[in-house]
Design a protein around this ligand. Sequence first.
Ligand SMILES: *Cc1c(COP(=O)(O)O)cnc(C)c1O
Length: 380
Amino acid sequence: MDISTKCVRAGAKKHDDTGAVSVPIYQSATFSHIGVGESTGYDYSRLQNPTREHLEKLIAAIESGFDAMAFSTGMAAITALFEIFSPGDEIISSDDLYGGTFRYFKNVAEKHGLKFVFVDTSDLKNIEDNITENTKALFIETPTNPMMKITDVRSAAELAKSRGILTIVDNTFLTPYLMRPFDMGADIVVHSGTKFLAGHNDTLAGFLVVNSPPLSEKLRYIYKTTGACLSPFDSWLVIRGIKTLAIRMEKSGENALKIAKFLRSRPEINKVYFPGFEDSDGYLVNKKQASGAGSMISFETVDKETALKILKKVKLILFAESLGGVETLITYPYTQTHADVPADIREARGINEKLLRISVGIENAEDLIEDLKNALEAES
Ligand SMILES: *Cc1c(COP(=O)(O)O)cnc(C)c1O
């Protein structure tokens, strides 16, 4: 079955006899027992809830995974995931990373004795050179946030597997509609469901998806014990969002290519980072492993004043953090999403005061381009 059909129909376990086409919101904290030692399959909503279960089956189906767990946020999912590691374990991570994940690794997880090595994972040699006998996992974002670097997931997972290391992929940017890491050997897929999966900038959510029963068992135990589960209503919102994932990803991807080309044609822009450009560094690898380049664009303006002017003058495009929704958003990674990355590291990675990031939505592309053109040409 094609993924676009799964997005609309998967997870559909029949929950009641009414014939309801939309899965009901089971707004219940607890479930009554038929008798001692008997259960309807539901006991308490921290463990499982029928609405959330529907969503989890849907996510597992579209990622081609064995099990999926729905969390209250992406960060809650990532935090729960790192409970499987022990003090002394080392993790090799992409160095260009979502700011919140970097903050969690450096300021929270390291306190518990985990060690993180940040490398440019787009070059496999950087991974290989940093593997030690304590390395337990590889954490990859591709495209990276915000510099859009591409890592070869298949080669990285192959290398990791040969050394007994878990491969974890944060698939927030491309979603399973464009890339399925399990097909390339990954062990765990992470999502901020807040972004493209939910897709409407109206709820927060996170997912851990695994492709093996032992990992599922381990993480389910942590999941029910630590309790950052997604509410029934938010689960329902994400289910509804995913119904249109395929058409949203198609439309925002088409828009992104048009906008990236427009930005590249402008004298006020130094450089556009977009893996959909045939001459971009990661183009061929991304083309091999994903069916599209997504709808995230970063670009560097000629000077700081131009970047600030764009943020001030855009009207249709909203100056807001987050990404992946139907509304086009623009952010300033330097002071927003990546403010907690130390200044020298930020600069070295190109996250400077001239860098802007756009999450392209599903509005009309010409309207969005017009808005950017007006902002670029406005008096500051
Ligand atoms: C937003 C984001 C996260 C964190 O997700 P929240 O839902 O905001 O907690 C993790 N990874 C990436 C790539 C993200 O964009």
